[in-house]
Structure formats: C-alpha cells, structure tokens
Design a protein around this ligand. Structure first.
Ligand code: SAH
Length: 291
C-alpha cells in the first residue's frame, strides 16, 4: 500500500494485508473486519470524538477503525487478544504517534489502571466493533463497577442493539434492557448489513451509542437486590412475577409477601415481570428490601 491508500478500509487492502503477514481470520475471536468506509464514518460521528478525547478500542483487528480513531481523537488505546495481529497493527498504525496497543483480554483489564496509565486518569470513550461472542460481558463490565468510561459506541448484533433499547412489554425487553438503561441512555446510530464485513457474519449488525449517566435515572436503596429481582423475573418469561421471585435461589420471599407488595404498588398480583419498568423494579426492590 502506498500513502494514497493508507486507509485499510476496503476488501482488497484487507486481503492484501492478511496475505502479506500470512494471518488468517480467527472465528474463535469473533473476527469480522470492517470493509466499508461509510460505516466507519457513522461510528466516528456517533462517538462524537474530538482531540480532547482518549478512546479505548476493544479488538482493533488489523487497525481499520483505529486509523480513523487516531485521526480524530487525542489518544487511542487498543486492547487486542490475538497476538498474530500485533505485527500487522505495528505496520498499519506506523504513521500515528497517538496510539498504544496492548495484547490481552479486555475482560481481564483493570480499566482504572489503563485510564491512569494512558489517559491521565480521565474517563475513556469506548469505540469498537465488538467480538459478538462476548458483547454482554464486555458492556456490562464497562457499565457496572463504576469504570472510568463516559460513553460506549459499538457495533453489536442488531438483535442485541434492539434488546438494549427495548421498552417494557415488548419481546426484546429483558434484563439487558433494564441494566443498560439504568446506567446509560442508548441511541441507535446505524443499521449495518452483513456485507460491510469480511468475512461476512451471519447476522445483521447495528451501531449503538450508550451515553453514561452521572447518576442513575431512578433511585433504589439496594441496587443489588433490584438486579436480582430483574434477573429472577426474566428467568421465567412466561410466568408471573411472584413465581419468578419465589423460585429464585438468591431471593427469599413468600408468595404472600410478594403479593402484598404488588398490591401496595397498585399492580395485579399476577403481573408479569416483562411489563414492569425501571421505576417499578426500583420500587419493588425498596419495598421488598424493607421486609
Ligand atoms: N476493529 C476491527 C476488528 C473487529 S472484529 C474491525 O472493525 O475491522 C473483533 C476483534 O476483537 C478482533 O480483532 C478480535 O481478535 C478481537 N477480540 C476478540 N476477543 C477479544 C477479547 N476478549 N479482548 C480483546 N479483543 C478481542
């Protein structure tokens, strides 16, 4: 590649670079590299990155999106699990002096330490085309534990993006919707068809942006209990809320106690968990917590 086409983002360059370094796609690492520049533009725009920002990129792959991030952000830190890609990244990112690449598993990183070391202790903006096999643990790990992360703009499976945004009573609504919406404001930035990747994934994708709240939009005295109630009520989707809570191993309430609380909240005793919103789960937790 000469300077004129230093951007990797097209199928020819992607194939050429993998050949040059004799590297193959690793399915086990969820590798689907982006080959469409319009999608990259959309991600960068949705992430709202400026020279003031430190970006954390999960899984840079061969550096396709990283090049754009380097051109727009102050600093970029990449965490890539696949050792075989490191020499490629060294080559494709050689022109940029504001990037660091760490070899490792994102799920095992101490984000506070990374922020101290690579971003003057300031929170990162996460931007990534995520490995789909670990989307939920990555996102929940970033949102919980008070990590220094101010926003998350990521490519995920379309279906997962829909779950994150879903409203009560819909099919996509579940524990993930409530968890994401407790910590952040989700916004669907783009739908992305399969042919924007190489190799093509067998599911449609979407870019979702999660703007982290400084304070959760609802207050509960016991966050842990609220999330246990949420988990319990969605574990048995087809059953009533009291049934879900009753059969949960981590919760210890009688049917009568639960029914009394539901009635006090003005709800039907046979209500299903999937119809409750975040405010109601918070109230349920506070009332049950007092028993
Ligand atoms: N950002 C690139 C590649 C996306 S594919 C692009 O858009 O073209 C997902 C990337 O995540 C791959 O590079 C894969 O090796 C990496 N990856 C998979 N599991 C990971 C983990 N646990 N920690 C860090 N990176 C991981």
């Amino acid at each position: 590649m000469d300077k004129a086409d230093k951007h990797l983002v097209n199928p020819q360059n992607t194939i050429e670079i993998l050949k040059k370094f004799d590297v193959h796609f690793q399915k086990k690492f969820g590798q689907n590299f982006l080959i469409d520049s319009h999608v990259l533009d959309k991600i960068i725009r949705a992430a709202d990155i400026s020279r003031e920002d430190g970006v954390l990129e999960v899984g840079p792959g061969i550096g396709t999106m990283t090049q754009y991030l380097c051109e727009n952000a102050g600093r970029v830190l990449c965490v890539e699990i696949d050792k075989a890609l490191l020499p490629i990244l060294e080559y494709t990112l050689a022109d940029y002096d504001n990037v660091n690449v760490i070899n490792g598993d994102i799920l095992k990183q101490d984000i506070w330490e990374l922020a101290r070391k690579y971003n003057d202790g300031k929170p990162f903006k996460v931007v990534a085309n995520l490995p789909y096999y670990i989307t939920t643990p990555i996102i929940m790990g970033f949102l919980e534990n008070d990590s220094p992360i101010s926003s998350i703009t990521v490519m995920v499976q379309k279906e997962v993006a829909e779950r994150m945004q879903a409203e009560p009573g819909t099919k996509a609504y579940g524990a993930l919707s409530l968890a994401v919406q407790y910590y952040s404001k989700p916004y669907l930035a783009a739908n992305v068809p399969m042919n924007c990747f190489m190799p093509r994934p067998n599911v449609a994708s979407a870019v979702i942006s999660l703007e982290r709240y400084d304070e959760p939009p609802v207050k509960t005295k016991d966050e842990k209990l609220m999330f246990e109630l949420i988990r319990a009520s969605f574990q048995v989707r087809r059953k009533t809320l009291w049934n879900g809570i009753k059969i949960s191993n981590s919760l210890n309430y009688t049917r009568e106690e639960i029914e009394k609380v539901l009635t006090d909240m003005g709800l039907d005793v046979n209500v299903r968990g999937e119809t409750l919103n975040l405010v109601q789960f918070a109230e349920l937790a506070d009332r049950l917590g007092e028993l």
